[in-house]
Design a protein around this ligand. Structure first.
Ligand SMILES: *[C@@H]1O[C@H](CO)[C@@H](O)[C@H](O)[C@H]1NC(C)=O
Ligand SMILES: *[C@@H]1O[C@H](CO)[C@@H](O)[C@H](O)[C@H]1NC(C)=O
Ligand SMILES: *[C@@H]1O[C@H](CO)[C@@H](O)[C@H](O)[C@H]1NC(C)=O
Ligand SMILES: *[C@@H]1O[C@H](CO)[C@@H](O)[C@H](O)[C@H]1NC(C)=O
Length: 377
């Protein structure tokens, strides 16, 4: 057994032996402003969107385009706001520090802290957007981080968002996952060091839907968190049984970070979801029913506070893609929780009803710990 596998095993034992944490993951949604040309977009004013988020009791929102009037609309709402720097700006912010300062002057300073901005992602899936831009990523992140410090803002973390499919080539078994090379060594390793040093988080877009579609051997129930005779995968190195694809993908990310010595960084799933309609008739699993099943099961799973086998506290935050449908068109995937006219596609509860873990589960965790201690002595 190599040392990484041994380390993961240790991580696993610790996470099994410790009583489960009671803090559940923060669950938010993503939002992007529709193109202004569409006449019906007028109805989607920033204030209307912010009011909708508040009325649905959604605690966090990721703004995919950091439109200043949108940021302002979340003032005094106590909704935590995740901002994104658009990809084309990344090389400019990397080479020109005063431009990074200008970005913060325009998007952060006028609104913070009345709008509870918590994190800024410098670029979104820059690796696949343009390989030429990737080398600028860290420098742009540093410049935004330094600009915030110059403004005496220390509580907003700076990171960047990767896409699971472009950086983790093999998800199974999770314990042997590694970042895609050479991106891993050249781009990701120095970024992980930056994240560790600045107390930031690793951001990843992670879609079980895409992984399910790309592999014939994954049963739909495994992707939709359903209990069933075939709905599991065993990781033979760690001896862990995975009961859903989401946890398996998250642990593949954690193993990949562990290979680089950064297994303790918080992980934020910056986008996930299941489309209710597909690009063409071939996408038979992009249905309203599956989309509803995925969302409800994901919410229940995250609220249970059980975490993943390799990370007992689970991911820190998850953003469901996306709040409002782009205008219904043929030939595009529809991901919205709400129709374009802001009515719900199906009913669901975003707010946390039952808090954290049940007492029984905590007791079981404690019992396991006692048994382990006895075995060690
Ligand atoms: C604001 O949200 C945070 C985190 O979600 C929570 O801990 C805090 O109690 C909230 N504050 C108010 C005034 O509601
Ligand atoms: C950097 O950005 C500032 C502010 O936008 C601009 O005035 C300046 O000309 C830029 N410098 C370079 C070298 O592009
Ligand atoms: C990181 O967080 C720790 C613990 O919360 C704190 O002691 C430390 O000062 C923080 N470091 C930075 C650079 O913010
Ligand atoms: C909203 O849009 C959906 C889908 O286009 C439609 O089925 C529904 O009837 C609309 N509701 C209202 C109140 O307009």
């Amino acid at each position: 057994m190599n040392s990484v596998a041994f380390y993961l095993l240790l991580l696993l034992l610790i996470s099994v032996a410790t009583p489960p944490s009671t803090t559940a993951t923060t669950i938010g949604v993503t939002y992007s402003t529709p193109p202004s040309i569409s006449p019906s977009s007028a109805a989607l004013s920033p204030d209307r969107i912010a009011a909708q988020v508040v009325s649905m009791k959604i605690p966090a929102v990721r703004l995919l385009d950091s439109n200043p009037s949108m940021i302002r609309a979340f003032a005094y709402t106590n909704v935590s706001v995740f901002l994104s720097v658009p990809n084309p700006l990344v090389p400019l912010l990397a080479s020109n520090r005063s431009l990074a300062m200008r970005w913060c002057y325009r998007h952060v300073l006028p609104f913070y802290p009345r709008t509870r901005i918590t994190i800024i992602s410098v670029g979104n899936d820059v690796v696949s957007y343009s390989p030429d831009v990737s080398p600028f990523l860290l420098r742009a992140m540093q410049n935004v981080h330094l600009s915030l410090a110059d403004l005496r803002i220390y509580k907003i973390s700076v990171s960047t968002t990767f896409s699971f499919f472009n950086v983790v080539p093999t998800a199974f078994p999770p314990s042997s996952a590694q970042f895609q090379e050479p991106t891993g060594e050249v781009i990701i390793r120095p970024i992980l060091q930056f994240l560790e040093r600045t107390n930031s988080s690793f951001l990843i877009n992670l879609f079980p839907y895409n992984m399910y579609r790309s592999s014939f051997s994954i049963p739909i129930g495994f992707a939709l968190f359903e209990e069933g005779p075939f709905n599991f995968r065993d990781d033979l190195t760690t001896g862990v049984r995975y009961r859903n694809l989401f946890d398996m993908m998250v642990d593949a990310v954690i193993s990949s970070m562990a290979v680089m010595g950064h297994e303790n960084l918080p992980v934020i799933v910056a986008e996930t979801g299941w489309p209710s309609s597909g690009i063409d008739a071939g996408e038979v699993d992009a249905t309203l029913l599956y989309s509803e099943m995925f969302l409800k099961a994901l919410l229940a799973h995250l609220r249970s506070g059980g975490g993943t086998p390799l990370r007992k506290e689970g991911v820190a935050e998850v953003y469901v893609f996306e709040l409002v449908e782009k205008e219904a068109k043929q030939g595009v995937r529809n991901w919205g929780l709400l129709h374009h006219n802001m009515t719900s596609k199906y009913s669901f509860e975003f707010s946390d009803g039952g808090k954290g873990r049940r007492f029984v589960e905590v007791l079981v965790g404690f019992f396991v710990e006692v048994v382990m201690l006895c075995l060690l002595m």
